[in-house]
Design a protein around this ligand. Structure first.
Ligand SMILES: NC(=O)c1ccc[n+]([C@@H]2O[C@H](COP(=O)([O-])OP(=O)(O)OC[C@H]3O[C@@H](n4cnc5c(N)ncnc54)[C@H](OP(=O)(O)O)[C@@H]3O)[C@@H](O)[C@H]2O)c1
Length: 263
């Protein structure tokens, strides 16, 4: 059970998917919680969260969130971020954690008229079950401790590192896409889709757990360990590579990195 520092009051501007995941993760573990203030728009989500704990309060407006918090999370979509942030009055020195993936530090600073501490973070939906992996730029102990309570916090020393991991995080859709493709192939060959999925999902999960639990082994070593010489696994990866599978992955990563860097 992880305790979040109760003396750091939290505020969320934007009570959508990611705020619900973060607050749900906090509420899921029991233990003492800090005061959590959420913005009132998206009344259904705000109401759901407030109904789960007396520690969650719904503010009357965005400024009330800022006034009630020591650590303010910006969890609005990029298209409204400038308008929302420019309208707010922060306290000098306040900690602002921006989850808006597309807005850099310099831009955020230009929207805020007092010197505040700005930290960017990219939590993933798994924070809801405290199994998130959250990149943080720059390293900031309070923010690392917070997201460490919701899984693993990954402080980044440079914007380049942050952008590279943001690129890798865009593999989530492909992960399910690959699984879906294989399920489709198995179904076409006669296996019921539910049986295919029931087999593949734990297989993929166990492979990830293996990589997670063996950090000293290189991934190449793991590939060899899980591929008998001349066997089926070796054949699968060799054909995948020969037919452009790894090249396609590299091209996709390059194109997403280009987009991440142009923001
Ligand atoms: N979802 C993720 O997994 C994830 C992960 C990392 C980072 N992020 C980032 O987090 C941000 C939010 O993403 P999300 O997925 O949570 O989006 P979302 O579900 O659309 O939530 C955004 C929320 O902001 C509200 N909002 C709009 N205008 C507002 C205003 N003027 N004042 C206060 N709230 C306002 C929206 O209300 P309405 O629906 O009524 O417009 C909505 O509830 C994005 O910048 C995204 O890049 C998301």
């Amino acid at each position: 059970m992880t305790a979040f520092p109760v003396s750091t009051r939290l505020g969320f501007i934007g009570t959508g998917t990611i705020t619900e995941a973060i607050v749900s993760g906090m509420l899921s573990g029991g233990g003492d919680l800090p005061d959590i203030t959420v913005s009132p728009r998206s009344a259904a989500t705000a109401g759901r969260l407030a109904a789960r704990s007396p520690k969650v309060r719904i503010a009357g407006g965005n400024q009330q969130v800022v006034d009630a918090a020591d650590m303010v999370f910006l969890a609005i979509r990029p298209d409204v971020a400038e308008e929302v942030v420019r309208a707010l009055h922060f306290r000098p020195g306040q900690l602002v954690v921006s989850l808006v993936a597309t807005v850099d530090h310099e831009t955020l600073r230009s929207w805020i008229d007092v010197p505040v501490e700005i930290v960017r973070a990219v939590p993933l939906p798994f924070v809801a079950t405290r199994s998130g992996v959250t990149t943080i730029l720059p390293p900031a102990p309070a923010v690392e401790a917070f997201f460490g309570g919701l899984g693993i916090a990954v402080p980044c020393r440079s914007v380049e590192e942050f952008e590279l991991l943001a690129t890798a995080s865009a593999l989530m859709g492909s992960y399910f896409g690959i699984m879906d493709h294989v399920v489709g192939w198995l179904r076409q060959k006669g296996l019921p889709a539910e049986n295919a999925r029931a087999y593949l999902a734990p297989l993929f999960a166990s492979l990830s757990t293996t990589a997670l639990n063996a950090p000293a082994l290189s991934l190449e070593d793991l590939r060899h360990e899980y591929s008998t010489k001349g066997g089926l696994n070796e054949q699968m990866f060799a054909r995948f590579r020969e037919h452009g599978g790894t090249d396609a992955l590299t091209a996709a990563l390059d194109s997403v990195l280009d987009r991440v860097r142009k923001r």
